[in-house]
Design a protein around this ligand. Structure first.
Ligand SMILES: NC(=O)c1ccc[n+]([C@@H]2O[C@H](COP(=O)([O-])OP(=O)(O)OC[C@H]3O[C@@H](n4cnc5c(N)ncnc54)[C@H](OP(=O)(O)O)[C@@H]3O)[C@@H](O)[C@H]2O)c1
Length: 234
Protein backbone atom coordinates (compact mmCIF):
# COMPACT_ATOMS: atom_id res chain seq x y z
CA UNK A 1 0.00 0.00 0.00
CA UNK A 2 1.31 3.51 -0.88
CA UNK A 3 1.59 6.22 1.76
CA UNK A 4 0.05 9.57 0.84
CA UNK A 5 2.72 12.16 1.76
CA UNK A 6 0.30 14.40 3.68
CA UNK A 7 -1.28 11.56 5.66
CA UNK A 8 0.60 10.53 8.79
CA UNK A 9 1.07 6.84 9.47
CA UNK A 10 0.81 5.23 12.89
CA UNK A 11 2.10 1.72 13.53
CA UNK A 12 0.08 0.50 16.50
CA UNK A 13 1.20 -2.76 18.07
CA UNK A 14 -1.40 -4.71 20.08
CA UNK A 15 -4.70 -3.31 18.82
CA UNK A 16 -7.01 -6.34 18.73
CA UNK A 17 -9.20 -5.17 21.63
CA UNK A 18 -9.37 -2.86 24.65
CA UNK A 19 -7.30 0.32 24.62
CA UNK A 20 -5.39 -0.59 21.45
CA UNK A 21 -8.52 -1.15 19.37
CA UNK A 22 -9.97 2.12 20.70
CA UNK A 23 -6.75 3.92 19.78
CA UNK A 24 -6.98 2.55 16.24
CA UNK A 25 -10.59 3.77 15.94
CA UNK A 26 -9.70 7.21 17.33
CA UNK A 27 -6.68 7.63 15.05
CA UNK A 28 -8.73 6.65 12.00
CA UNK A 29 -11.38 9.23 12.95
CA UNK A 30 -8.60 11.84 13.00
CA UNK A 31 -7.44 11.00 9.48
CA UNK A 32 -4.33 8.93 10.14
CA UNK A 33 -3.31 5.91 8.12
CA UNK A 34 -3.07 3.13 10.70
CA UNK A 35 -1.16 -0.13 10.55
CA UNK A 36 -2.63 -2.01 13.50
CA UNK A 37 -1.57 -5.42 14.73
CA UNK A 38 -3.21 -8.29 16.52
CA UNK A 39 -1.91 -11.76 17.17
CA UNK A 40 -2.70 -14.34 14.49
CA UNK A 41 -5.88 -15.49 16.22
CA UNK A 42 -7.08 -12.07 17.38
CA UNK A 43 -7.49 -9.81 14.33
CA UNK A 44 -11.23 -10.30 13.80
CA UNK A 45 -12.33 -6.92 15.20
CA UNK A 46 -9.54 -5.13 13.34
CA UNK A 47 -10.56 -6.83 10.08
CA UNK A 48 -14.11 -5.69 10.65
CA UNK A 49 -12.90 -2.11 11.25
CA UNK A 50 -10.72 -2.25 8.12
CA UNK A 51 -13.72 -3.24 6.02
CA UNK A 52 -15.52 -0.13 7.27
CA UNK A 53 -12.80 2.44 6.64
CA UNK A 54 -11.85 2.48 2.98
CA UNK A 55 -8.15 1.66 2.94
CA UNK A 56 -6.88 3.73 5.87
CA UNK A 57 -6.40 0.72 8.12
CA UNK A 58 -3.98 -2.10 7.36
CA UNK A 59 -4.26 -5.12 9.61
CA UNK A 60 -1.04 -6.94 10.45
CA UNK A 61 -0.07 -9.69 12.85
CA UNK A 62 2.69 -10.02 15.40
CA UNK A 63 3.18 -11.71 18.74
CA UNK A 64 5.71 -9.40 20.35
CA UNK A 65 7.21 -12.21 22.44
CA UNK A 66 8.34 -14.08 19.30
CA UNK A 67 11.42 -12.38 17.75
CA UNK A 68 10.89 -14.17 14.42
CA UNK A 69 7.42 -12.60 14.11
CA UNK A 70 8.84 -9.12 14.86
CA UNK A 71 11.48 -9.64 12.15
CA UNK A 72 8.87 -10.90 9.67
CA UNK A 73 6.65 -7.85 10.23
CA UNK A 74 9.67 -5.56 9.92
CA UNK A 75 10.40 -7.20 6.57
CA UNK A 76 6.82 -6.69 5.36
CA UNK A 77 7.02 -2.98 6.25
CA UNK A 78 10.40 -2.36 4.61
CA UNK A 79 10.47 1.05 2.92
CA UNK A 80 7.50 2.48 4.83
CA UNK A 81 7.56 5.72 6.84
CA UNK A 82 6.07 5.48 10.32
CA UNK A 83 5.39 8.88 11.89
CA UNK A 84 4.21 7.40 15.17
CA UNK A 85 5.27 3.98 16.48
CA UNK A 86 3.21 3.00 19.52
CA UNK A 87 3.44 -0.29 21.44
CA UNK A 88 0.26 -0.88 23.41
CA UNK A 89 0.42 -4.68 23.91
CA UNK A 90 0.65 -5.83 27.50
CA UNK A 91 -0.51 -8.46 29.98
CA UNK A 92 -0.99 -8.81 33.71
CA UNK A 93 -0.91 -11.70 36.09
CA UNK A 94 -3.65 -12.55 38.60
CA UNK A 95 -4.18 -9.51 40.87
CA UNK A 96 -3.99 -11.66 44.03
CA UNK A 97 -0.61 -13.14 43.12
CA UNK A 98 2.37 -11.59 44.93
CA UNK A 99 6.10 -11.97 44.40
CA UNK A 100 5.98 -14.55 47.19
CA UNK A 101 3.70 -16.91 45.28
CA UNK A 102 3.97 -16.10 41.54
CA UNK A 103 5.48 -18.96 39.55
CA UNK A 104 8.74 -18.30 37.76
CA UNK A 105 7.00 -19.07 34.47
CA UNK A 106 4.27 -16.47 35.09
CA UNK A 107 6.78 -13.87 36.28
CA UNK A 108 8.82 -14.39 33.12
CA UNK A 109 5.67 -14.18 30.92
CA UNK A 110 4.70 -10.79 32.38
CA UNK A 111 8.22 -9.36 32.32
CA UNK A 112 9.04 -10.59 28.83
CA UNK A 113 5.72 -9.33 27.41
CA UNK A 114 5.62 -5.95 29.16
CA UNK A 115 9.29 -4.98 29.47
CA UNK A 116 11.56 -6.76 26.99
CA UNK A 117 9.22 -7.26 24.03
CA UNK A 118 8.06 -3.64 23.56
CA UNK A 119 11.72 -2.62 23.47
CA UNK A 120 12.50 -5.33 20.92
CA UNK A 121 9.71 -3.91 18.76
CA UNK A 122 11.07 -0.38 19.16
CA UNK A 123 14.60 -1.43 18.27
CA UNK A 124 13.33 -3.31 15.20
CA UNK A 125 11.12 -0.50 13.83
CA UNK A 126 12.83 2.70 14.99
CA UNK A 127 14.58 3.24 11.67
CA UNK A 128 11.19 3.60 9.96
CA UNK A 129 10.44 6.58 12.24
CA UNK A 130 11.81 9.92 11.00
CA UNK A 131 14.08 11.86 13.39
CA UNK A 132 11.19 14.14 14.32
CA UNK A 133 8.68 11.32 14.77
CA UNK A 134 7.16 9.85 17.91
CA UNK A 135 7.87 6.54 19.61
CA UNK A 136 5.53 5.61 22.43
CA UNK A 137 4.69 2.75 24.76
CA UNK A 138 1.69 2.05 26.94
CA UNK A 139 3.20 2.20 30.38
CA UNK A 140 1.00 2.60 33.45
CA UNK A 141 0.71 4.77 36.52
CA UNK A 142 1.51 1.46 38.26
CA UNK A 143 5.02 1.74 36.83
CA UNK A 144 5.78 4.80 38.97
CA UNK A 145 8.23 3.99 41.76
CA UNK A 146 7.43 7.30 43.48
CA UNK A 147 3.72 6.47 43.62
CA UNK A 148 4.19 2.85 44.74
CA UNK A 149 2.94 3.29 48.30
CA UNK A 150 1.15 -0.07 48.61
CA UNK A 151 1.95 -3.65 47.62
CA UNK A 152 -0.82 -4.20 45.07
CA UNK A 153 -0.08 -5.66 41.63
CA UNK A 154 3.63 -5.87 42.36
CA UNK A 155 4.60 -8.19 39.50
CA UNK A 156 2.79 -6.04 36.94
CA UNK A 157 4.17 -2.88 38.53
CA UNK A 158 7.70 -4.20 38.32
CA UNK A 159 7.22 -4.98 34.63
CA UNK A 160 6.04 -1.44 33.83
CA UNK A 161 8.76 0.16 35.99
CA UNK A 162 11.30 -1.92 34.03
CA UNK A 163 9.71 -0.74 30.77
CA UNK A 164 10.08 2.86 31.95
CA UNK A 165 13.76 2.27 32.72
CA UNK A 166 14.34 0.67 29.32
CA UNK A 167 12.73 3.65 27.57
CA UNK A 168 15.10 5.91 29.48
CA UNK A 169 18.14 3.89 28.46
CA UNK A 170 16.82 3.81 24.88
CA UNK A 171 16.50 7.61 25.02
CA UNK A 172 20.07 7.94 26.28
CA UNK A 173 21.34 5.70 23.49
CA UNK A 174 19.48 7.62 20.79
CA UNK A 175 20.00 11.10 22.26
CA UNK A 176 21.14 12.52 18.93
CA UNK A 177 17.61 12.13 17.49
CA UNK A 178 15.09 14.84 18.43
CA UNK A 179 12.30 12.27 18.68
CA UNK A 180 9.43 12.48 21.12
CA UNK A 181 9.56 9.39 23.36
CA UNK A 182 6.33 8.86 25.24
CA UNK A 183 5.49 6.61 28.17
CA UNK A 184 1.72 6.83 28.52
CA UNK A 185 -0.40 6.05 31.59
CA UNK A 186 -4.00 5.64 30.38
CA UNK A 187 -5.59 5.66 33.83
CA UNK A 188 -7.50 2.71 35.28
CA UNK A 189 -9.81 1.84 32.39
CA UNK A 190 -12.69 -0.61 31.88
CA UNK A 191 -11.20 -3.27 29.58
CA UNK A 192 -10.56 -7.01 29.91
CA UNK A 193 -7.43 -6.05 31.85
CA UNK A 194 -8.85 -3.14 33.86
CA UNK A 195 -12.09 -4.96 34.74
CA UNK A 196 -15.62 -3.54 35.05
CA UNK A 197 -14.92 -1.65 38.32
CA UNK A 198 -12.24 0.55 36.72
CA UNK A 199 -12.57 4.30 37.26
CA UNK A 200 -12.62 5.33 33.59
CA UNK A 201 -14.45 4.23 30.47
CA UNK A 202 -12.45 3.78 27.28
CA UNK A 203 -14.18 6.91 25.93
CA UNK A 204 -12.91 8.95 28.90
CA UNK A 205 -9.33 7.76 28.44
CA UNK A 206 -8.45 7.17 24.80
CA UNK A 207 -9.48 10.39 22.99
CA UNK A 208 -7.61 12.34 25.70
CA UNK A 209 -4.61 10.03 25.44
CA UNK A 210 -4.50 10.57 21.66
CA UNK A 211 -4.78 14.35 22.25
CA UNK A 212 -1.70 14.04 24.48
CA UNK A 213 0.25 12.05 21.89
CA UNK A 214 -0.57 14.73 19.31
CA UNK A 215 0.35 17.56 21.69
CA UNK A 216 3.79 16.02 22.21
CA UNK A 217 4.56 15.61 18.51
CA UNK A 218 7.98 17.15 17.81
CA UNK A 219 8.81 17.59 21.52
CA UNK A 220 12.20 15.91 21.80
CA UNK A 221 13.11 13.82 24.84
CA UNK A 222 11.18 11.34 26.96
CA UNK A 223 7.93 12.16 28.68
CA UNK A 224 6.03 10.02 31.23
CA UNK A 225 2.46 11.32 31.00
CA UNK A 226 -1.05 10.38 31.96
CA UNK A 227 -3.97 10.40 29.53
CA UNK A 228 -4.68 14.08 30.33
CA UNK A 229 -1.09 15.09 29.59
CA UNK A 230 -0.06 15.47 33.23
CA UNK A 231 3.48 14.40 34.12
CA UNK A 232 3.64 11.17 36.15
CA UNK A 233 6.44 11.07 38.74
CA UNK A 234 9.04 8.45 37.92
N1 LIG B 1 -6.86 -1.10 31.39
C1 LIG B 1 -6.16 -0.44 32.28
O1 LIG B 1 -6.69 -0.02 33.33
C2 LIG B 1 -4.69 -0.15 32.05
C3 LIG B 1 -4.08 0.73 32.93
C4 LIG B 1 -2.73 1.03 32.74
C5 LIG B 1 -2.06 0.49 31.66
N2 LIG B 1 -2.68 -0.39 30.82
C6 LIG B 1 -1.90 -0.93 29.72
O2 LIG B 1 -2.56 -0.66 28.50
C7 LIG B 1 -2.27 -1.68 27.53
C8 LIG B 1 -3.58 -2.23 26.98
O3 LIG B 1 -4.34 -2.70 28.07
P1 LIG B 1 -5.89 -3.12 27.93
O4 LIG B 1 -6.52 -2.72 29.19
O5 LIG B 1 -6.45 -2.71 26.64
O6 LIG B 1 -5.69 -4.72 27.99
P2 LIG B 1 -6.43 -5.90 27.21
O7 LIG B 1 -7.84 -5.55 26.96
O8 LIG B 1 -6.11 -7.12 28.01
O9 LIG B 1 -5.65 -5.94 25.79
C9 LIG B 1 -4.31 -6.29 25.75
C10 LIG B 1 -3.81 -6.16 24.33
O10 LIG B 1 -2.44 -6.55 24.29
C11 LIG B 1 -2.29 -7.57 23.29
N3 LIG B 1 -1.22 -8.50 23.63
C12 LIG B 1 -1.00 -9.17 24.79
N4 LIG B 1 0.08 -9.95 24.69
C13 LIG B 1 0.55 -9.79 23.44
C14 LIG B 1 1.64 -10.34 22.72
N5 LIG B 1 2.46 -11.25 23.27
N6 LIG B 1 1.85 -9.93 21.45
C15 LIG B 1 1.03 -9.03 20.87
N7 LIG B 1 -0.04 -8.49 21.49
C16 LIG B 1 -0.27 -8.87 22.76
C17 LIG B 1 -3.63 -8.28 23.30
O11 LIG B 1 -3.75 -9.05 22.12
P3 LIG B 1 -4.63 -10.43 22.07
O12 LIG B 1 -6.06 -10.00 21.83
O13 LIG B 1 -4.02 -11.20 20.96
O14 LIG B 1 -4.49 -11.10 23.41
C18 LIG B 1 -4.57 -7.07 23.36
O15 LIG B 1 -4.67 -6.43 22.12
C19 LIG B 1 -1.42 -2.72 28.26
O16 LIG B 1 -0.06 -2.47 28.00
C20 LIG B 1 -1.73 -2.44 29.72
O17 LIG B 1 -0.69 -2.86 30.58
C21 LIG B 1 -3.99 -0.71 30.99
Amino acid sequence: MQDTPSQKTVLLIGASRGLGLAMAEELLKRGYRVIATGRAASTERLQHLANACAGSLEVETVDITIPGQIAALRGRLEGRRVDVLFVNAGVKNDDRETLADVSTEEFVRVMVTNSLSPMRVIHAFQDLVPPTGTIGVMSSGQGSITNATNANYEVYRGSKAALNMFMRTFAARSASYPRSLLLMAPGWVQTDMGGPAARLTIEESIPNLVNTIEAYEGRAGFHYLDYLGRAVPW
